[in-house]
Design a binder for this molecule. Structure first.
Ligand code: GLN
Length: 454
């Protein structure tokens, strides 16, 4: 099959399904087909790499030259990027095809996709359920087979939570492994891009393209390149799985617990040993995250001023009024809430009590993992405390919404890699995800573990 044929099949599928699911903000058949044509040329001239000619859905947080890049916001509703993010450049070099830009919570702030300016994405398993967020569009696109793979970003859980709720696989790499250049910043010390796909095997191929040093990202890690597929077939007989006693104590719904326990029993059968570990400070990760992430967001989002690019209020009296009206009209409610919280915790008199305190706790949360990894190779638990919830269920209660990331946000605070794989179904037949946390730069091992289960 040629790339043109493959691309046409997926474009057709998007045409049929996207009006109900709303996973894509932008589809541009001509641009996709141009890339497919170029990929077919690469193939016929013998320059084939694993992703040459393969359509990949790109989260609308990544700048892609010539593509509308909205980040789910009205603020960027008219922004056509003049340049490529590093990961887009890497996919282009590999000959992959951008099949479209996926819907997301505004500026990646959310857990349900309900904060998108472009309307919510639906969960393809049950359209009354949320797909998760912020990368709900990418998760939905893969789950509904509108794309074989997608990119996503994860600041507190946004790759893993939607992957879990949509029944697919996703990995958030170690902080610094994938370049953030050209990825619209939310909370720079936590943001990390990663892939979503059907299987761990596919994730490995995507990681091979996405990971790598980039001089344009000052937090990018200079490491030797790895083949993330190399360990997929390794047996798991020496594996030590840590189960944090705090995760299994309370908070998790019964249906999720039984699916996760069944998956762990499966690993036992594959030869793994189970050890109990403790992460005593993990319970602080949500409050710490919701001080640090908004603090960084309030600074990052100050660039949206209506002057340089993006939305500008149509009517204003002077420069200050223009800033005010632009930001009042361009940002949605959740983004404004974060900017206000962030500005508050960074302000004189509150900085020590909130921001500095949260930074100290962040260190303690990371230390917990360092201790735990002395006793085990990976840590497992549920990705989310419950299966996908219904639209509107949590939208009036930000705290309830924030708790969606209770199991995932600690890994961002520690900079550790985390992934979610589908392990069955819970209440209302909605998917359940198993969360696998590895030590720093152990992505190949995590993909091996995931692959052996599937
Ligand atoms: N749900 C979390 C938030 O709203 C995490 C989002 C993310 O990882 N981008 O901030």
């Amino acid at each position: 099959i040629s790339s043109i044929e493959l691309t046409e099949i997926f474009l057709e599928r998007i045409k049929t399904l996207n009006k109900d699911l709303n996973a894509f903000i932008t589809v541009n058949e001509e641009m996709s087909l141009d890339q497919a044509r170029a990929a077919d040329k690469m193939i016929s001239s013998g320059q084939v790499q694993p992703l040459t000619g393969i359509p990949v859905a790109q989260k609308d947080i990544f700048c892609a030259k010539g593509w509308l890049t909205t980040c789910g916001s009205k603020m960027l509703s008219n922004f056509v990027s003049p340049y490529d993010a590093t990961i887009i450049e890497r996919f282009n070099q590999a000959g992959a095809v951008i099949i479209g830009k996926t819907n997301m919570d505004e500026f990646a702030m959310g857990s349900s996709n309900e904060t998108s300016y472009y309307g919510p994405v639906k969960n393809p398993w049950d359209i009354s359920a949320v797909p998760g967020g912020s990368s709900g569009g990418s998760a939905c696109a893969v789950a509904a087979r509108m794309a074989p793979a997608a990119t996503a970003t994860d600041t507190g859980g946004s790759i893993r939570q939607p992957a879990a709720l949509c029944g697919i696989s996703g990995i958030k790499p170690t902080y610094g492994l994938v370049s953030r250049y050209g990825m619209i910043a939310f909370a720079s010390s936590l943001d990390q891009a990663g892939p979503m796909a059907k299987s761990a095997e596919d994730l490995a191929l995507l990681m091979n393209v996405m990971a790598g040093f980039d001089a344009r990202d000052s937090t990018s890690m200079q490491r030797q390149t790895e083949d993330y597929s190399r360990d997929l077939e390794k047996p798991l007989d020496r594996l030590r799985i840590g189960l944090p006693k705090e995760y299994f104590a309370k908070g998790m719904n019964h249906d999720v617990a039984s699916a996760v326990e069944a998956a762990i029993a499966e690993y036992r059968k594959l030869g793994a040993t189970i050890v109990e570990v403790s992460l005593p400070n993990t319970k602080l990760s949500i409050p710490v995250y919701y001080v640090l992430a908004p603090a960084e967001a309030s600074s990052n989002l100050s660039r949206f001023d209506g002057v340089r690019y993006g939305y500008r209020a149509p009517q204003y009296s002077d420069l200050e009024d223009m800033y005010k009206k632009t930001r009042a009209q361009g940002f949605g409610a959740e983004v404004k809430r974060r900017i206000l919280i962030g500005t508050y915790v960074l302000s004189h008199g509150y900085y020590d009590a909130y921001y500095l305190q949260a930074q100290k706790l962040r260190r303690l949360i990371a230390n917990d993992f360092t201790e735990a990894f002395k006793q085990c190779d990976v840590i497992m638990g549920p990705t989310t405390p419950a299966v996908a919830f219904d639209f509107g269920e949590k939208s009036d209660d930000p705290i309830q919404m924030y708790l969606s990331d209770i199991y995932t946000s600690a890994t961002n605070l520690a900079g550790l890699p985390g992934m979610s794989i589908p392990v069955g179904f819970g209440d209302k037949n909605r998917p359940v995800g198993l969360h696998i946390v590895g030590n720093y730069f152990r992505e190949a091992q995590m993909l091996n573990i995931a692959h052996q289960y599937q």
